[in-house]
Design a protein around this ligand. Structure first.
Ligand SMILES: *Cc1c(COP(=O)(O)O)cnc(C)c1O
Length: 410
């Protein structure tokens, strides 16, 4: 099946009464005929559901679709993208361990790594994740390499195959946050990623109507249970060890489960991911090229010919650059004036909506980062991030043109 067909027909269970979408099981608990039966369900000896914090049919339906789409052996949906990022790591880490991560990451993830210090987990940052930048930092303590395929907002593209080859050589799993790339641009599992996380609040949901995240296990990493000691109790699950520990351990005990209603919203959104991404990428590319033509404006977008990642964009994403662009306009005053003058884009801290959203990252998402950390993520005081929507491109161009004209005069 090709992408859009798979979104509609792959891994879809037959629902009762011929329902064309998974029903919303808006319940906390599931009853069973006998205590014997519930005992079995509770202990994974029989299929079924016990309590929605652990699993729920509407959520499971969403998880199965994502797992199939991302070529994984299973998925766990979480209450937010940050919950997914957190649990994907805590599932294998213990005090004393180190993570290596790119410094151009999503701000919440950078803040999380700083929170983890209190629990004895430290993170070493490199400006851009590559074999050359990683290798000198790898030690016995390194237990995970974490990267965003297209950094948000740095928009740096990771050479995933070469990086995966390196981390595997050292017995370290590569965890990829593929939120900004989406399964439309790439399936990281087919290029060496071991664990994939998405903030499904973004492109997967697509309508900006529910916060959620998802962790996908590719089943390809060969866990060394002496090195990953907290996993060893699950070694009997073989290649499902990571998933089994997640579901029966940290995910269920931390309690960051996805609500059935939000899982349903995601399943509805997921079905149009291909159509939306096609349009979003087209619009973003056209707008990036258009804005590049303005004096005093510099644009960062992966497919622009001057962009250092245009070759990797061609190689991994067939030349599609995703739906985010950033632009520098000269000063914070100009950036604010531009945001005030734009009529169509909404000023909001989100990406992946069907509406165009704009934000000044330095005063919002990165307000808690020092200047050095901001620079490392490609954020300057005159940077604007544009999460391009599906509006008609002529309207977007006209709006930006009007807003940029005579920008120094009110
Ligand atoms: C938004 C985002 C997150 C966090 O997701 P939430 O659903 O907001 O918790 C993580 N990674 C990336 C790349 C994001 O854009």
């Amino acid at each position: 099946m090709k992408f859009n067909t798979a979104l509609l027909h792959q891994s879809i269970g037959s629902e009762q009464n011929g329902a064309t979408l998974p029903p919303i099981y808006q319940v906390s608990a599931f009853s069973h005929d006998s205590p014997e039966r519930l005992e079995k369900v509770f202990n994974n000896q029989a299929p079924g559901f016990a309590y929605s914090r652990i699993s729920n049919p509407t959520v499971a339906s969403f998880e199965n679709r994502i797992a199939a789409l991302e070529h994984g052996i299973g998925a766990v949906a979480c209450s937010s993208g940050m919950a997914a990022v957190t649990l994907s790591l805590l599932n294998i880490l213990q005090s004393g361990d180190e993570i290596i991560a790119g410094s151009g990451l999503f701000g919440g993830t950078i803040d999380l790594f700083s929170d983890l210090k209190a629990f004895g987990v430290t993170t070493k940052f490199v400006k851009h994740i590559s074999t050359e930048s990683l290798e000198p930092l790898i030690s016995k303590k390194t237990k995970a390499v974490f990267a965003e395929l297209i950094g948000n907002p740095a928009l740096d593209v990771v050479d995933i195959e070469s990086v995966a080859e390196t981390t595997h050589r050292y017995g370290i799993p590569l965890i990829i946050d593929s939120t900004t790339a989406t399964p439309y641009l790439i399936n990281p599992a087919l290029h060496g990623a071991d664990i994939i996380v998405h903030s499904s609040s973004k492109y997967i949901n697509g309508g900006g109507n529910a916060v959620s995240g998802v962790i996908v296990e590719t089943g390809r990493f060969n866990w060394d249970f002496d090195r990953y000691q907290t996993l060893s109790a699950y070694r009997r699950f073989g290649k499902f060890a990571y998933l089994a520990k997640l579901r029966n351990g940290i995910f269920r005990n931390m309690g960051s489960c996805l609500s059935p209603m939000n899982a349903f919203m995601n399943s509805v959104g997921l079905e149009t991911l291909g159509l939306r991404m096609e349009r979003l990428c087209e619009n973003a590319k056209a707008l990036a090229e258009f804005l590049s033509g303005f004096e005093g404006v510099s644009v960062n977008y992966p497919t622009l010919s001057a962009n250092p990642y245009s070759d990797l964009t061609e190689k991994y994403f067939s030349g599609r650059g995703g739906a985010i662009l950033t632009m520098r306009v000269g000063s914070k005053e100009r950036a604010f004036r531009l945001l005030n003058r734009l009529k169509l884009p909404l000023i909001a801290t989100n990406i992946g909506d069907i509406r165009t959203l704009v934000i000044h990252p330095a005063s919002t998402i990165y307000a808690h980062s020092d200047e050095q950390a901001q620079r490392a993520t490609g954020v300057y005081e005159d940077t604007i991030r544009v999460s391009v929507g599906i509006e008609d491109i002529e309207d977007l161009k006209e709006d930006f043109q009007n807003a940029l004209t005579d920008i120094d005069h009110d």
